[in-house]
Design a protein around this ligand. Structure first.
Ligand SMILES: *Cc1c(COP(=O)(O)O)cnc(C)c1O
Length: 373
């Protein structure tokens, strides 16, 4: 009898797109560790260690710091559903695809959403946020730290103080930055931040690290109505991850927690400062190499996100064909543009384990060859 399915056999790629990033062998190995029960004391210990590791990368003392079971978008949804009730006002800074996704989630929560827009390729202007806040009554101000769709880094300090001044909670999407750039949660007064395991932390996709301030958790605990989402209810998740009783909520994705815990161990072992420096060095060598090839970044120097570089596609170059060639002939993945940038840019991610100058060199060689430069 012929088997129904062949054993798994896949091409080897170098992942230099917007995520997932390369996963270090130690993390892959951790994932193949035999399972424990999710209420086994040894696993509970691992959950504690994972929370402690996440507090380090979020630079926070927040007790409520844990990975949501789900990808970065689940972290986004957890933020929206726990911070907002129908009718609450949220001001969302939008300068690309992910800011727009956050606004859409808030609309579905039936919040009153005020979008503060910036043109794609530029960060949101704090003066525009200030104007949106001036008529008062916003419960949340939300912003994307690293806008992966455009390669823009959003400064956070000014928008945080605006939020504080208007008595609003400050919500930050750190999916593309956590582990690659400092995300100083406590120092910046961020009330809730979430991320994704597959970007600068270099574990596979499937977990969304999240941290919430004591104030947020006080509000969540004081809530009279039950959360609209059972699965993403921070009160129930807190009971499971940190309560004295460790009350069963859902079954934690055991192997993914092994992976994230190992990824955090590697990050802390490397040292966060050294890790951020490594990301900067890879980014600088990419910029230098692009300039040697006569290629131009799409974002002005002062607004660039080092973990994701948007590059203008030269006239006459078919970017889809270019990316296909890189993938099929050279085994390297980069990404195309989204929305208004579709066909006009390619996106090169240097996140986590991918952010190494030797990877940059390999990419530049094949890019130069493919473009005939
Ligand atoms: C990738 C990404 C997300 C969504 O994460 P998923 O893991 O794809 O659900 C959200 N925000 C930003 C900035 C991202 O880069």
């Amino acid at each position: 009898m012929t088997p129904k399915m062949k054993p798994l056999s896949l091409p080897r790629r170098l992942l230099l797109g917007p995520g997932p990033s390369e996963v270090p062998p130690e993390v892959l190995k951790a994932m193949s560790t035999p399972l424990l029960g999710h209420l086994d004391p040894a696993f509970l210990q691992l959950m504690d260690e994972t929370m402690a590791g996440l507090r380090e990368v979020f630079a926070t003392q927040n007790q409520m710091t844990l990975p949501i079971s789900g990808t970065g978008s689940a972290g986004m949804e957890a933020a929206v559903v726990n911070l907002l009730n129908p009718g609450d006002r949220i001001v969302v800074g939008v300068c690309g695809y992910f800011g727009e996704r956050l606004a859409e989630m808030a609309r579905r929560r039936r919040a009153e959403v005020t979008v503060v827009e910036a043109p794609w390729g530029r960060p949101v202007d704090p003066d525009d946020v200030a104007r949106a806040l001036s008529n008062g009554g916003a419960r949340v101000v939300a912003i994307v730290h690293g806008e992966t769709s455009t390669g823009v880094l959003q400064p956070l300090a000014e928008i945080s103080s605006l939020a504080k001044r208007h008595g609003a909670l400050f919500l930050v999407d750190a999916v593309c930055t956590l582990g690659g750039l400092p995300v100083p949660t406590d120092e910046l007064g961020i009330d809730l931040a979430y991320s994704g395991s597959q970007k600068c932390l270099s574990a596979p996709p499937g977990l969304a690290p999240l941290t919430a301030s004591w104030e947020v958790m006080d509000r969540v605990r004081a809530r009279k109505e039950a959360s609209a989402s059972w699965y993403l209810d921070l009160r129930l998740l807190d009971g499971y991850w940190a309560g004295a009783q460790r009350v069963y909520h859902h079954t934690a994705p055991i192997s993914m927690i092994y992976a994230l815990r190992e990824a955090l161990r590697l990050a802390l072992d490397e040292g966060l400062e050294a890790r951020y420096r490594r990301h900067q060095e890879a980014y600088k060598s990419l910029l230098a190499g692009l300039s040697r090839l006569g290629l131009e970044p799409a974002v002005a120097a002062e607004h660039r996100l080092p973990t994701l570089t948007a590059v203008k596609v030269p006239d006459g170059v078919d970017e889809k064909a270019l990316r296909r060639r890189l993938l099929e002939e050279d085994g390297i993945e980069i990404a195309g543009g989204l929305g208004p940038f579709a066909g006009k840019i390619v996106r090169i991610g240097l996140m986590g384990h991918s952010a190494r100058t030797e990877n940059v060199e390999r990419l530049l060689v094949v890019l130069g060859r493919a473009l005939g430069r």
